[in-house]
Ligand binder design. Structure first.
Ligand code: D41
Length: 678
C-alpha cells in the first residue's frame, strides 16, 4: 500500500472512531443512557490514540482523545467577556420569592402570573465556553464578570464537556455558560486518595472543584472528577434559535447540541409553584449526586427578560433562593469527653452556638485523636462547621489566621471522665477506651443488659426496658445490685405490678446458681464470648486462678491470642471490677466445682483436630464444642502437628493438604459414628 492510501484509510478509521466515541459520550453524559460497556469504549479510545500517535498529522484539537490534558502553563491569560457574566440576587425567606414576582409584575405593568424556569443552584464555579463552528475554542472563568481567566485547556479535560457540538445546523459562534462542579462521589474518592498520598484533603466539593480548575497543568485537572452543566447562553451567532423562544427551550436546544444539562430543572407558574419546587428540591438535596446551595428562578419568556433588563450587575428577571448556609464560622470553646456503650471515649466539641444548615449547633463530634491531629485544632480556635441535611455537624477546618495566643492544646484524659478508671489506647486503633467496664455509669446499662441476657445469667423478666428503668431509678448501679433488689422499691416503679415484681425476684434468686463459664461470659470482658469463656473455665478450673493469671498464662488457653489475653488481664486488674465480682459472690452467686475431666472422659486429649467443609448433621460451632469436650484442640489450619481432619462436603484445599501430609481424615458420618460409640 502506498503512503497516501495508508493515510487515507487511517483518516477514515480515525473519523469513524471519533464519531462512535462522540456518540457514546453523548449517550453517556447528556442522555444519561450508556449504550456500550466501558471496556468497549476503552477499546475504541485506545485504537483512536494508537492511530493518532502513528499519524500525528491527523490528530485534531477536537478529537475525543484530547481529554487528557496538554502542556502545563506558566500563568493564566486574562480574557474579557464579550458579554458580561451577570451575578444573581439572593433570597432566603419565602417572602423574598413573592416579592420577586411582584417586582417583576410591577415592572412589566402586568398582573399576569409569571412563568419561571427553575434550576437547582449548583455549588461550583461559573464558566463560559465558546464554540466556533461547533468546535470548543475557548473557556474562561467568570472572574469579576467582565474579565476572567483563560482555562481552555482545563475545561477541555472535563469528561462531559463536548469538544465538538452535535446536530446539523450548528451556530457559527455560541458561548455556553454553565457551572463546573465535582459530584459528591468523586469528591469522596478524591479525598480518600489525597489522604493516602499524605496530601491535605479538600474541605468540600466546591473547594475541590475550584482547586482542580485552577491548575496550570491540565493533566492534573484531567485526573479530577469534574463535571459541567450548562445553564445559559452568552454570545450567539447563527443557528436555529429565535429571539422569541423561552429559557427552557434554549436549554433544550443546548441539550440537542450535545451539552450536558441538569436533569432536575422544571418550569413553574407563579411564586407559590416556585416555592413548592424549592421545597421539593430541598427534600431531594441529600440524594442528589452533586452539591447545591439553593434554587435559581428565571423569568422563562426571553422577550420579558429583555424588557426587564438588569440593575448594576444582576438581571431583574432572575434570583437565587438559597438554602440556609451549611457552613459557618464559630469558636471552639471547649472539648469534653463522652463515654459510649462499649467504653469508647469520644471527644465532643463544645462550640459557640451558631445557626447553620437551618438549626443552632453547639456541639460537634471530633471523632478521635487522629481526627484532632488531622485538623490541627486547639481550644479557642475559630473553626468552619458544616451541617449538611440530617448529618451530624462536623468541624471541617481551622482558620489558623484567627488563632488567639491563648489557644490551648486538647488534652486527652488518662482516666475515664465518668468513673475515673484508667483509659487505654490500643495500638493501631484510633479510639481510647475506658477500662472501667462494670463500674462505668455510661457502660452500666449495657453491661447489666448483657449480664441478665439469655446466654449469661438468663434472668427471666429482666429485659432491656426494665434494666433502663432500674438504673434510672438508681435501684441498681452494677450487676451485683440485681441480687439485692427487694419488693417494695420494685412495685413503686411505673408499670410494675406486685405479680411481676414477685416473679422477677424469684427468677433472680434462681439465677444465682450458674456455671463458671456463664459467669465469665456475663462479665462482658471485651472479646470474651461464650466459647472463650468456656475455654477459660475448662483451662483454669477456678475463678481465683483466672484472676491471678498473667498474660502469658492466659495465652495458653485455646483460642486466646495476645489481644484477648490483654483484655482479660486488664479486666481483672481493674480493682473496681474485682470489687463487683466479690459482691456477686457474697450475694450468693455460685457454681459447681469443675472436676477435671478424667482421661477416660477425654479420649481426644492432646489431639489437634481441624474441621473443614460443610457439615450436614450439626453446625461447625457445635462440632467444635463436641471436640473440645473430648479434650481435642481445634485448629484452623492443617500442619504437620494435625492429628485428624474432619471433612464435610465441599472440602477444598485443607483436604488436599491433609492427604499430602498423610493425615488421618474422617468424613462427617465417621465423626458422627465415633461420637455415638462413646
Ligand atoms: O446552578 C447555578 N449555579 C446557576 C448559576 C444557574 N443554574 N443559573 C445561573 N444563571 C445565571 C444568570 C441568570 C445570570 C444567567 C447562574 C448564574 N447566573 C451565576 N453563577 C454565578 C454567578 C452567576
Amino acid at each position: 500500500m502506498s503512503e497516501n492510501s495508508s493515510n487515507q484509510s487511517a483518516e477514515a478509521d480515525i473519523h469513524r472512531l471519533k464519531q462512535s466515541i462522540e456518540d457514546f459520550n453523548y449517550q453517556y453524559y447528556v442522555l444519561d443512557d450508556p449504550s456500550v460497556p466501558d471496556i468497549e469504549y476503552d477499546r475504541l479510545m485506545r485504537e483512536l490514540i494508537q492511530l493518532e500517535t502513528k499519524h500525528p498529522e491527523l490528530k485534531t484539537a477536537d478529537s475525543p482523545s484530547q481529554k487528557v490534558g496538554g502542556k502545563a502553563l506558566s500563568k493564566f491569560e486574562q480574557i474579557e467577556h464579550e458579554m458580561p457574566m451577570l451575578s444573581l440576587d439572593n433570597g432566603f425567606e419565602d417572602d423574598d420569592l413573592f416579592n420577586f414576582e411582584t417586582r417583576v409584575q410591577d415592572r412589566l405593568n402586568s398582573k399576569d402570573t409569571i412563568e419561571f424556569a427553575c434550576e437547582p443552584k449548583l455549588d461550583g464555579l461559573a464558566v463560559s465556553i465558546l464554540y466556533e463552528n461547533g468546535v470548543l475554542i475557548q473557556a474562561a472563568t467568570r472572574g469579576d464578570g467582565q474579565v476572567g481567566e483563560n482555562i481552555t485547556e482545563n475545561v477541555k479535560t472535563i469528561a462531559n464537556v463536548p469538544l465538538k457540538l452535535r446536530s446539523q445546523n450548528i451556530p457559527s459562534r455560541i458561548e455556553v455558560r454553565g457551572e463546573v462542579f465535582m459530584p459528591k462521589q468523586g469528591f469522596d474518592e478524591l479525598n480518600l486518595s489525597q489522604k493516602e498520598k499524605g496530601e491535605k484533603p479538600f474541605a468540600n466539593p466546591r473547594n475541590a472543584a475550584a482547586g482542580s480548575l485552577r491548575q496550570l497543568d491540565s493533566k492534573v485537572t484531567a485526573a479530577r472528577p469534574l463535571r459541567m452543566y450548562a445553564y445559559s447562553l452568552g454570545v450567539l451567532e447563527g443557528g436555529e434559535i429565535s429571539d422569541t423562544s423561552s429559557h427552557s427551550e434554549r436549554l433544550a436546544y443546548l441539550g440537542k447540541l450535545g451539552l450536558p444539562l441538569c436533569k432536575e430543572t422544571s418550569v413553574a407558574k407563579g411564586a407559590q409553584a416556585c416555592l413548592d419546587y424549592f421545597r421539593k428540591i430541598g427534600e431531594l438535596r441529600n440524594d442528589l449526586s452533586y452539591d447545591i446551595d439553593g434554587v435559581v428562578f428565571k423569568v422563562n419568556d426571553i422577550a420579558l427578560q429583555q424588557r426587564l433588563g438588569f440593575v448594576s450587575k444582576a438581571p431583574r428577571w432572575a434570583m437565587a433562593q438559597k438554602f440556609p448556609a451549611q457552613e459557618e464560622l464559630t469558636v471552639l470553646n471547649d472539648v469534653e469527653f463522652q463515654v459510649g456503650r462499649t467504653g469508647a471515649i469520644t471527644p465532643v466539641a463544645r462550640l459557640e452556638p451558631v445557626f447553620v444548615g437551618g438549626v443552632t449547633v453547639s456541639n460537634a463530634t471530633l471523632h478521635n485523636q487522629d481526627e484532632i491531629a488531622r485538623l490541627g485544632i486547639k481550644i479557642g480556635d475559630t473553626v468552619v462547621i458544616r451541617r449538611a441535611g440530617d448529618v451530624i455537624p462536623q468541624i471541617v477546618s481551622v482558620i489558623l489566621d484567627k488563632r488567639p495566643e491563648t489557644a490551648k492544646d486538647i488534652e486527652f484524659p488518662s482516666h475515664c471522665p465518668e468513673c475515673n478508671s484508667h483509659v487505654e489506647r490500643i495500638e493501631n486503633e484510633a479510639v481510647i477506651r475506658c477500662t472501667g467496664g462494670l463500674v462505668c455509669s455510661a457502660q452500666r446499662k449495657q453491661a447489666i443488659k448483657h449480664f441478665a441476657s439469655r446466654k449469661a445469667f438468663d434472668i427471666e423478666g429482666l429485659g432491656d426496658k426494665i434494666v433502663d428503668q432500674l438504673v434510672d431509678a438508681e435501684l441498681i448501679k452494677d450487676p451485683s445490685d440485681i441480687f439485692k433488689l427487694t419488693l417494695s422499691p420494685l412495685v413503686s416503679l411505673e408499670r410494675f405490678g406486685d405479680k411481676s415484681a414477685v416473679n422477677l425476684l424469684r427468677s433472680i434468686d434462681a439465677a444465682k446458681s450458674t456455671s463458671l463459664a456463664k459467669f465469665l461470659y456475663s462479665l462482658g470482658i471485651r472479646e470474651v464470648g461464650e466459647s472463650t469463656a468456656r475455654n477459660l473455665a475448662l483451662h483454669f478450673l477456678s475463678l481465683e486462678k483466672i484472676i491471678a493469671a498473667n498474660e502469658e498464662a492466659l495465652k495458653d488457653v485455646q483460642d486466646v491470642g495476645a489481644i484477648v489475653a490483654t483484655h482479660i488481664y486488664e479486666f481483672f486488674n481493674e480493682p473496681a471490677n474485682v470489687v463487683i465480682i466479690e459482691k456477686l459472690l457474697s450475694a450468693g452467686v455460685n457454681w459447681p466445682d469443675i472436676t477435671p475431666p478424667s482421661a477416660d472422659a477425654q479420649p481426644m486429649l492432646g489431639k489437634t483436630v481441624v474441621l473443614t467443609g460443610t457439615l450436614q448433621q450439626m453446625g461447625r460451632a457445635e462440632a467444635k464444642a463436641k471436640l473440645q469436650d473430648l479434650g481435642a484442640k481445634v485448629s484452623g489450619s492443617i500442619s504437620a502437628k494435625t492429628d485428624l481432619l474432619v471433612a464435610g462436603e465441599k472440602a477444598g484445599s485443607k483436604l488436599t493438604k491433609a492427604s499430602e501430609l498423610g493425615i488421618e481424615t474422617w468424613d462427617e458420618q465417621a465423626f458422627v459414628d465415633y461420637l455415638a460409640s462413646l
